[in-house]
Design a protein. Structure first.
Length: 61
């Protein structure tokens, strides 16, 4: 469970980096026109990561 949370968090960070690249370059990156799309998906992955970490913490207690 903890490993899945870390993987989800790393994916979120990579998506935020992609969004930053699109924002700075003012162009398409991986076929996406707007940087906001990357940040929306990254937000979802961060929420999944937080939920998995909380579940893991509760499971250990």
């Amino acid at each position: 469970m903890k490993l899945l949370a870390w993987i989800s968090g790393i994916i979120a960070l990579l998506l935020m980096l992609c969004g930053f690249i699109v924002f700075v370059s003012n162009g398409k990156f991986l076929g996406v026109n707007h940087a906001v799309n990357y940040f929306h998906v990254a937000n979802s992955f961060l929420l999944v990561s937080i939920a998995l970490l909380l579940l893991n913490h509760k499971k250990e207690d």
